[in-house]
Design a protein around this ligand. Structure first.
Ligand code: Z5A
Length: 210
């Protein structure tokens, strides 16, 4: 399906995904590559509305399966309206989270059946998978400390989760990286930002040459 390259950023909260996504998009643009920087859940007006629903801490119960369906509803809008058209035009897409986040958060964190997640993935993006995934890995306590230092305010539904939840999410991400080592590059996100940026440059340089 894709003519451009599709790069995703993954990791637990506070790992540095947004920081690295912006850095990577700017770096690729400076090299003359047309880049679309986007995020999940979100990336289209309707998908951003679904993002608000899934992040807000309301009084209504949102089961793990409902949460999974909302993630894929937002993803379907995002793939159809933004990601697939950009790739067809030969642009590179840098996306802050994609389906690996559902595997890690809803699958690993909340215990949603992996077969359900894979079946939704096949329905929503049958022809599409990231060419490269940068997994920024760090202990859950370190990620939460960074995110909480930055937020200094109200927590969303995920930010209010326990350390154990984020440890399960991290373990699920690491399992995915062991299963697909060619696609998923595990990067030590406890390193100083400049070192993380160098690792990312090294991985992506190989894609530009290819
Ligand atoms: N979610 C889901 O459950 N299922 C799904 O399928 C999808 C998403 C797609 C989105 O919230 C939530 O949706 C997310 C999972 C769930 N919730 N959680 N957790 P979000 O987009 O608001 O949250 P996030 O994706 O976790 O983003 P974040 O908290 O902003 O983290 P980040 O993007 O990885 O980190 P950052 O903002 O780039 O950096 C955090 C701070 O650390 C900041 O002050 C940086 O300057 C600093 N930083 C970054 N790198 C370094 C290094 N290397 N050293 C020191 N300090 C650093």
């Amino acid at each position: 399906m894709s003519a451009g390259s599709f790069i995703t950023l993954e990791g637990i909260e506070g790992a540095g995904k947004s920081t690295i996504a912006h850095y990577l998009a700017e770096s690729l643009s400076r090299q003359g590559i047309s880049v679309l920087l986007t995020r999940e859940p979100g990336g289209t007006p309707l998908a951003e509305r679904l993002r608000q629903i899934v992040l807000e801490r309301g009084n209504e119960t949102l089961s793990a399966v409902s949460e999974t369906l909302l993630m894929f509803a937002a993803r379907a809008l995002h793939v159809e309206n933004v990601i697939a058209p950009a790739l067809r035009e030969g642009r590179w897409v840098v996306c802050d989270r994609f389906t690996d986040a559902t595997r890690a958060y809803q699958g690993g964190g909340r215990g949603v059946d992996a077969a359900l997640i894979e079946s939704l993935a096949r329905a929503v993006h049958p022809q599409l998978a990231p060419d490269c995934t940068l997994l920024l890995d760090l202990p859950a306590a370190a990620g939460l400390a960074r995110a909480r230092a930055r937020n200094a305010g109200a927590e969303d539904r995920f930010e209010a989760e326990t350390l154990e939840f984020f440890e399960r999410v991290r373990n699920a991400y690491r399992t995915l990286a062991r299963r697909e080592p060619e696609r998923i590059h595990l990067i030590d996100a406890t390193a100083p930002l400049e070192a993380v940026q160098r690792s990312v440059q090294g991985i992506v340089a190989g894609m530009i040459r290819a």
